[in-house]
Design a protein around this ligand. Structure first.
Ligand SMILES: Nc1ncnc2c1ncn2[C@@H]1O[C@H](COP(=O)(O)OP(=O)(O)OP(=O)(O)O)[C@@H](O)[C@H]1O
Ligand SMILES: [Mg+2]
Length: 310
């Protein structure tokens, strides 16, 4: 299995001041991102997401542990060329127009002439900024600033795209556009690693998810794996016209409206037997819906558990 990103037992301490001493931002963080996948990096404010990302793009150096990108040191020249990076709350040379800024970034990574022009135009269009290409960045709104930052990260067509909260400040349409852009990168074989607080975005597009808290991983896996490992799922069953006094030991009645009754069945195994009971009593099955714990709930619950354990 080839890994685009591998972090092993990362530790990072920040020195605050003589009086306050040090703060541990990363405390044995390990995670891996496979080549070609979209990985969502979740965690509360101050959990250590930006710190991890800065180590990956070699803006920071860890105190212990290792970080590799496609098997190599992040600081190596060839590795850096493979990465596109959107910083958290990016600020740019704001006297430049969007187009000038992209031209500047493109020249830094060796793009020239029509190739550069073509790529900038395409990206400006993809991030919905064609209309503002000739406007100085200091006149951009927050979301427009974020969009030009995303364009900048993709300009040299990097293998690995690392985005620190790409959806922050974007309106719903902008968010959907960025999701499409990320999915398009995956279709083209790229790897995308992004941090976010927007859980529905993660559920919609991520192959795998990592949840970080207090500088260590709390959970990692596909959305389905995480949800399966979560609370036992129950199943909601609505039945109609069950004859006689029906009081199944297999399920609990939650509510009843007219001839319809809603039952909660605790497991798939009990479901089969419950359904036969209903049919034996000439009942009609109206609906069967697995009641899944959403990712949002799961994340909150895992973080509460982690806090309680601390
Ligand atoms: N330069 C710094 N000096 C001192 N402490 C820092 C520094 N950068 C980060 N920290 C601390 O490290 C911890 C992790 O911060 P980090 O920015 O990585 O969190 P985050 O997960 O990105 O949070 P957010 O969701 O708010 O962006 C926090 O406790 C923060 O105070
Ligand atoms: Mg951050």
């Amino acid at each position: 299995m080839s890994h685009a990103i591998e972090l092993k037992d990362l530790r990072k301490d920040f020195r605050l001041s003589m009086r306050l001493g040090r703060r541990r931002a990363l405390d044995g963080l390990s995670l891996s991102v496979r080549a070609g996948e979209i990985f969502g990096f979740l965690g509360p404010n101050g959990a250590g997401k930006t710190t991890s990302i800065k180590i990956l793009v070699s803006l920071l150096r860890q105190d212990a542990g290792s970080a590799t990108i496609f098997g190599a040191e992040p600081a190596r020249g060839e590795t850096r060329q493979k990465i596109g990076y959107l910083p958290e709350s990016p600020t740019f040379y704001d006297q430049l127009t969007g187009r000038e800024f992209l031209a500047f970034c493109g020249r830094l990574c060796g793009l020239r002439g029509t190739e550069l022009r073509k790529r900038s135009d395409r990206l400006l269009e993809q991030v919905g900024l064609s209309h503002a290409a000739e406007l100085q960045i200091r006149r951009y709104s927050k979301g427009m600033n974020q969009r030009v930052g995303i364009a900048q990260a993709l300009l040299h067509d990097p293998q690995l795209v690392i985005l620190d909260e790409p959806m922050s400040g974007l309106d719903p349409i902008g968010r959907a556009e960025v999701r499409d852009l990320i999915l398009d990168l995956k279709r083209r074989g790229k790897t995308v690693f992004f941090s976010t607080h927007i859980i529905p975005d993660v559920e919609m597009i991520c192959d795998r998810v990592g949840l970080i808290n207090r500088g260590r991983m709390v959970a990692e896996g596909t959305v389905t794996e995480l949800l399966d490992a979560g609370e036992a799922r129950s199943i909601e069953v609505v039945v109609e016209n069950v004859s006689g006094a029906f009081d199944s030991v297999l399920a609990s009645e939650v509510s009843s409206v007219g001839a319809q009754k809603l039952y909660l069945v605790p497991s798939n195994e009990a479901l089969g037997r419950f359904v036969s009971e209903v049919l034996q009593r000439r009942g009609k099955l109206v609906s069967v819906n697995p009641r899944r714990e959403g990712l949002e709930n799961l994340v909150v619950r895992l973080l509460e558990q982690d806090r309680a354990a601390a």
